[in-house]
Design a protein around this ligand. Sequence first.
Ligand code: MRU
Length: 347
Amino acid sequence: MPVTTIEWIDDHIRLIDQTRLPTELVYLDIDDLPRLAEAIQSLRVRGAPALGIAAAFGLLLIAHRFRGEDAAELLRHLRNAADLLRRTRPTAVNLGWALDQMLQVAEQHIQQPVAAIRRALHDKAMTLFESDRQVCRQIGEHGAGLIPDGAQIVTHCNTGALATVDWGTALGAIFTAHAQGKKLHVWVDETRPLLQGARLTMWELMHEGIDATLICDNTAAFVMQQRKIDLCIVGADRIATNGDTANKIGTYHLAVAAKHHGIPFYVAAPISTIDFTLDRGEQIPIEKRAAEEVTHGFGRQTAPEGASVYSPAFDITPNELITAIITEVGVLYPPFREAIPQLAKNT
Ligand code: MRU
């Protein structure tokens, strides 16, 4: 640890197939767009920052496979690929953010030969990749400052190395606090229906030797009532400029329980997860997942045939339930409607 969640190797993408964890650590080599789109939709690669890198590498794939000499035609291919990738997972803003950055590079180099555009796209994708690594370490440092020695922490979904290039955001703060020698105990929400907490977060915490206990999603409020939780820390898929935060379904639930029990609720995310075009959370598009993920989770039927299902992948935690947002440039406190636009001016 940390594991290499996703990387670019010569002319293709290599990523961990996260659907196989925790029992098997399997790497996938992906060299075409349909397979990448499938990997994203099936959550073989997931987590907002990792999705951004996957999308950037997706456009790099297009540039590598393009055999023509016409730069305008390459740009058309890149735009079509970006449209397809954008639709794969609509909530995580990092995905569209990375695609836009890559397209911008192609547009800036449109007067140059295809080989030069390909090189520029390669450099940009590598910059995004390296920057994610650094950003996570910085989030880890800022976040660890909020975690006291002896803390009992609850987290939801997976925000570790598997959700980023390495280290992670919310889990990165926990890793940093642990590396600083703090004694911690983490309560891990299993995170229905796809169990990112049980399968991925427990796997990462156990590899790091951090004391952790798995709980069902409906257990956290009871553990809070028993005074066994000092703070909550989660990631984000998209944050509006008023601080409303979209994250894995069940996050809102946890924030409401934390408010009731007077427990601080922290969101850790890179600035690339803030959508400066949105005023408030209800404008964030929420991805809906297939009914089978609930009725036939992991190959076993657990609801009657034909049961009606509502399965949003994310929910919105209103800003008033959030104690602070931890970014790579520091910790933001309410009122977020002032702190977030200020951040936009300073970065
Ligand atoms: O559906 P997923 O597994 O992609 O959802 C991931 C989350 O909700 C994470 O908390 C979020 O992307 C932040 S990852 C650093």
